[in-house]
Write a protein that binds this ligand. Structure first.
Ligand code: SAH
Ligand code: SF4
Ligand code: F3S
Length: 440
């Protein structure tokens, strides 16, 4: 038998890309590839890319440029680009960077084995179709190796919302939900491989409406099915849209013990004028009322969000409305970005905000969000939380895991294994994590 070929995958962007990279590694595993952590000894390099902001997309080209020397030394090395930049800029990538052998869009990963074979024969291959068949069904897994205690599981992909700034509807295509039985089977397999916590993924995960035995299931109904799996201890989901937050999902946050008290619910802005121009179809007020209803169901839930500042036509007054909304909601954590013009999206054509003003707003927003994050972390001190241990710490005897609220928690003097859940009392709060002691 010949030595296995080595595959190096570098993943950018969102959790869905992390999930997809695992699937691609499995698909190429069937072709005799094993993963390597270094590009230097790879026979194939795959960049799984993100197109969401200009910087993310440009990074791909500089990264590709760095493989020039490697490719000169190793003519058999194959270089591929996958993900959302592949989808958006397919042929342009081949033109701009001749060392690329293969370009594959997110809906064509099941075709990767044939594409790899063609690339091996010296062909340049590109596939950015939106085929009808279910790629996940076609992507057969490898033998069931043991794995870490947390996993992502894509249940819904694509988006029909067309927010005026966003490339996702173009790069991931129309919204599609996977049938429930396949998701449940995959979850069961993950649990058999050691997984205790599953994060359900979708660009609009709460719009999930996958086929079940008796008609379509809502996300809440799917969660209740997952709840029945023995050995699965924790369920999370991301990312949700405020308009798809249905009553049964809100209720599940109060009644399903395995559903963790953490909700990522992007609002993007606090000015109704800007929200309308963003095509968000919710108002600041309707968002705040929604948060109130969610907190009524689960008072301790940690709310996380996404924000864009400097969206075209945003005035200082509009920005103040975002700050006011943040003050009112009080976020446990948040991601905030300066608006980045994306060619082909409606907002790209509009009057852009002065970049210096946008930078200044981003700084002020991040200062406020950072303060809220610290306050929420500090409010955890003295509380008992459950921690799922994911790795050993840097100090001897130390373990690191995540709390129900998704805070990283360091526990000293902790005779527990990776994959174990334990009750921990939080004793202090640091910049990006908490410290706790094991309750015996
Ligand atoms: N599917 C997720 C979001 C995907 S993008 C959702 O609907 O929430 C993640 C975040 O990137 C978005 O919530 C938004 O805040 C930000 N984003 C998207 N397009 C952007 C752009 N053109 N400029 C800056 N930030 C952007
Ligand atoms: Fe993009 Fe809006 Fe769809 Fe989220 S809901 S993926 S921000 S278009
Ligand atoms: Fe980026 Fe595509 Fe995800 S653009 S954020 S990798 S869906």
């Amino acid at each position: 038998m010949s030595a296995p070929k080595k595959l190096f995958i570098k993943t950018y962007g969102c959790q869905m890309n992390v999930y997809d990279s695992e699937r691609m590694a499995e698909a190429l595993g069937g072709e005799g590839y094993v993963e390597t952590k270094s590009a230097d000894d790879a026979d194939m390099i795959l960049l799984n890319t993100c197109h969401i902001r200009e910087k993310a997309a440009e990074k791909v080209y500089s990264e590709l440029g760095r493989f020039k020397g490697l490719k000169a030394e190793k003519p058999d090395l194959k270089i591929g680009v996958a993900g959302c930049v592949a989808q958006a800029e397919g042929e342009e990538i081949m033109r701009r960077q001749p060392l690329v052998d293969l370009v594959v869009g997110p809906q064509s990963y099941h075709r990767l084995p044939e594409m790899e074979a063609k690339a091996r024969e010296g062909e340049k291959v590109l596939d950015t179709d939106f085929p009808e068949e279910d790629k996940f069904e076609k992507l057969k897994s490898r033998p069931k190796a043991k794995r870490g205690p947390t996993a992502f599981l894509t249940v819904q992909e694509g988006c029909d919302k067309f927010c005026a700034f966003c490339v996702v509807p173009y790069t991931r295509g129309a919204e599609v939900s996977r049938p429930a039985d396949r998701i449940l089977r995959e979850a069961q397999e993950l649990v058999e491989r050691g997984v205790r916590e599953i994060t359900l993924l979708g660009q609009n995960v709460n719009a999930y409406h996958g086929a079940g035995a008796n008609g379509d299931l809502t996300l809440a109904q799917l969660i209740w099915e997952l709840d029945k799996i023995d050995g699965l201890e924790r369920i999370r989901f991301t990312t949700s849209h405020p308009n798809d937050m249905q009553d049964d999902l809100i209720e599940a946050h109060g009644t399903c013990a395995k559903l963790m008290p953490y909700l990522h619910l992007p609002v993007q802005a606090g000015s109704d004028k800007i929200l309308k121009r963003m095509n968000r179809s919710h108002t600041a007020e309707s968002y705040i009322r929604l948060i109130e209803r969610i907190r009524a169901a689960r008072p301790d839930i940690l709310i996380s969000g996404d924000f864009i500042v400097g969206f075209p036509e945003e005035t200082e007054e509009d920005f103040q409305a975002t700050m006011d909304l943040v003050e009112e909601v009080k976020y446990g954590t948040a991601y905030s970005f300066k608006y980045s013009t994306r060619p082909g999206t409606p907002a790209a054509e509009r009057a852009q905000v002065d970049p210096a003003a946008a930078d200044d707003r981003l700084q002020r927003l991040q200062a406020l969000l950072g303060r809220q994050q610290r306050e929420v972390q500090e409010s955890m001190v003295g509380r008992e939380v459950s921690v799922l241990f994911e790795k050993t710490g840097r100090l001897p005897g130390q373990m690191v895991g995540k709390s129900d609220y998704l805070h990283a928690v360091h526990v000293a003097d902790c005779p527990r294994e990776i994959g174990e859940l334990a009750k921990v009392r939080i004793v202090s709060s640091g910049p990006n994590s908490l410290a706790g002691e094991l309750l015996r």
